[in-house]
Design a protein around this ligand. Structure first.
Ligand SMILES: [Zn+2]
Ligand SMILES: [Zn+2]
Length: 141
């Protein structure tokens, strides 16, 4: 039987190939304005830690979207590749890049108070408001 590697993926055009050794299938959704501007909707992300191999890095454009984090995308096809925390170097990657991952489960909604009125999910998840997220990061500093 073939051992299909569910944690390897690539952008649409194939210029960038990624292997994430540790992917947490309990994914998060972010409703903040930056994520919704970046992707046109909420950002569905799996946490991949720091153990991420990127092949074709010269094609990855990185945009520093806040003092805390940067966002990477393929400069040829525009596929969103990651949201990376500057300090810890941890990657959050779009869940859509890993569609066959086992146990995918919506676990957390960030910036739940920033979620606009024109959509909502019926999934039962944990939620954090902007104030709760800021308090969390303050406690980590
Ligand atoms: Zn590409
Ligand atoms: Zn966000």
């Amino acid at each position: 039987m073939l051992d299909i590697d569910l944690q390897s993926t690539s952008c649409l055009c194939g210029s960038v190939k990624i292997k994430a050794t540790t992917v947490n299938p309990k994914f998060t959704v972010c409703h903040c304005e930056t994520c919704r501007s970046w992707g046109g909707g909420p950002f569905f992300a799996v946490q991949c830690g720091t153990d991420v191999d990127i092949d074709g890095e010269e094609k990855v454009s990185v945009y520093q979207s806040s003092p805390r984090a940067s966002r990477g995308f393929c400069s040829d096809c525009g596929t969103h590749l990651f949201y990376r925390l500057n300090k810890k170097g941890e990657y959050n990657m779009p869940v859509g890049l890993f569609p066959a991952l086992k146990g995918l489960d919506m676990n957390m909604q960030y910036f739940s108070d920033k979620r606009p009125d024109y959509y909502c999910f019926s999934n039962e998840t944990k939620e954090m408001t902007e104030a709760e997220i800021q308090a969390y990061f303050a406690s980590q500093a």
